[in-house]
Structures are given as C-alpha cells and as structure tokens.
Write a protein that binds this ligand. Structure first.
Ligand code: SF4
Ligand code: SF4
Ligand code: SF4
Length: 263
C-alpha cells in the first residue's frame, strides 16, 4: 500500500504517523480505541500507528501526532512528556485524566499528600506527587474529553485530521443530547444529574442508561453554576452529594462555586 494515494469519498487522505502514550491512568481510554472491532481495521487504515504499547511491540519516535493519556504525578513523567512534546507536531490530551486530572486529582483534595501515600502504599511507597493535567506541563493542541473517551468521537476527530478538515466539538450541555434521545429527566425520578452544566459529545451516555451525569467531560460553555446548585438543592440533594459530583473528575475546578449556593 506504500506510495498509493488513499482516498475517502474521492478526497486524498493524509495518513499521519501516530503514537499513543500513557501516564498516570487506568489505560481505559486507550482500550476504547480497540473496542468496536467492526471498524477497527478501517480506523487503523486512516493512521500509521508507530507506538502503541497495548497492541504492538514495535516502537518508533518518528511520529507527528501524540495521543497522551493520563495525568502527571512523577518527575520522570514530566521529563517524558516534554520529550513527547518536542517530537509531536500535534499533542492531544486524551481523556479526562489528561485534560483536567480526572479521578486521580481527588488526591489533591488532601492537604498532606504524604499521609495519602502512607495510607495507600503502606511500607512500599512509590513516587506520587500532586496530580497535574497535561496542559499544566506542556502546550496541548487538542483535547478529547471523557472517562473514558467515546470511540465514535475519537474516530470522527481522526477522520477530520486525516482529511484536513476543521473540527467542531459541542459546547452545549449534555441535556441537549438527552432531550434529543427523548429520555425522562432523571431529576423527575429522584436522581441527581450534572447534564445541565456538562459538555455534550457522549450522546448523553449515562442519562440514556438511567444514571445521572457525573460531569466526566467537564463544563459546557457559559455554565450557570448558581442555577445548577439551585436545582440540586431544590430536589433535596445534600451539599455532600453535590460536591462529590462536582469534584469527581476535576473538570469543574476552574468553575467558581458560590459558597452561599451550597449552604
Ligand atoms: S480518563 Fe478515565 S478511562 Fe481514561 S485513563 Fe483516565 S480513568 Fe481511565
Ligand atoms: S436527565 Fe440529566 S441530562 Fe437529561 S435532561 Fe435531566 S438533567 Fe439534563
Ligand atoms: S453523561 Fe456525563 S458522566 Fe456520563 S459519559 Fe456523558 S459527560 Fe460523562
């Protein structure tokens, strides 16, 4: 196939060299890539994968696009991430751990991180510093949100890159997709849900399966946090329940929560 010009609907395809890297993470976002076997070969025909530890033994540092999964918690990870940044023309923060710390950042809520280490690792300590998102260390060109990322969205993004087309990602909230799916609102069933303030793009995955949104894709544009808190409190949810949800993935930490709204 080398040398052959690939096309998609008659449009010549650029086939970028791509590498996948994991940092502090569960590797679930990379695993998503391997799901959906029906179109796996089509997906891999769009890109030339040169580094992907979960699926291949070959390694090459000759890549243009780096998918970076996970957050940063060690000095060694900082050095490795900077090396990747120097090589990659495009660096993609891949999944919520990479975009804003994800579930890992829950650790940062403890003032004494040594205490956390002792509790978790006991007599076998490992290096584990304050959790940082990828863009706290290096520049990020693109973010793919979710815990885990949604395979269909990754495929769409990769196709746009291969075709050289500009990309639009939803800025509206999950509620829009939820309503389009004709779901009954979970608040009417007594469940809390962060759909009104969370970035869409998952096709309202959780509410469509009768579970409230936990905000794994981070904030939608222009969120009205005060109104969200008023709705939650109006439905009788405690401050603890509200804060557990808002803090779970770290996406809402830049959004100021008015103190008086949760009292
Ligand atoms: S974002 Fe979620 S699924 Fe992806 S690596 Fe982090 S914890 Fe795992
Ligand atoms: S269930 Fe959640 S996402 Fe769906 S409409 Fe209600 S608040 Fe919005
Ligand atoms: S509904 Fe919310 S928690 Fe569920 S996948 Fe979508 S953004 Fe994430």
């Amino acid at each position: 196939m080398d040398g052959e010009v690939r096309t998609y609907l008659g449009v010549p395809l650029y086939r970028p060299k791509v590498a996948f890297f994991e940092f502090t993470s569960c590797e679930g976002c990379q695993l998503q890539i391997l799901n959906n076997e029906v179109n796996l070969l089509d997906f891999f025909s769009l890109i030339e994968v040169v580094n992907f530890r979960e699926v291949m033994t070959e390694r090459s540092d000759d890549y243009e696009i780096a998918f970076v999964e996970g957050s940063i918690t060690t000095d060694n990870e900082i050095k490795r991430l900077k090396r990747i940044r120097r090589q990659a023309k495009m660096l993609i923060a891949f999944g919520s751990c990479a975009c804003f710390g994800g579930v890992n950042q829950l650790k940062n809520r403890f003032r004494d991180l040594d205490y956390v280490k002792r509790e978790v690792y006991g007599e076998h300590p490992v290096e584990s510093k304050k959790v940082r998102a990828i863009d706290e260390i290096v520049d990020v060109d693109l973010r793919i949100y979710g815990c885990p990322v949604r395979k269909e969205e990754v495929e769409k993004i990769v196709l746009h890159i291969a075709l050289g087309k500009s990309l639009t990602v939803p800025k509206y909230p999950v509620c829009v997709e939820c309503k389009a799916n004709e779901n009954i609102c979970l608040f009417d069933l007594g469940e809390p849900c962060l759909g009104p303030i969370t970035r869409a793009g998952c096709n309202a995955w959780c509410p469509t399966n009768r579970a409230g949104c936990w905000g794994c894709r981070g904030p939608a544009e222009d969120v009205n946090m005060e109104e969200m808190l008023r709705i939650m409190k109006g439905h009788g949810f405690s401050e603890e329940t509200i804060m557990d949800r808002l803090e779970c993935f770290g996406g809402f930490s830049p959004v100021k929560i008015p103190e008086e709204s949760i009292r």
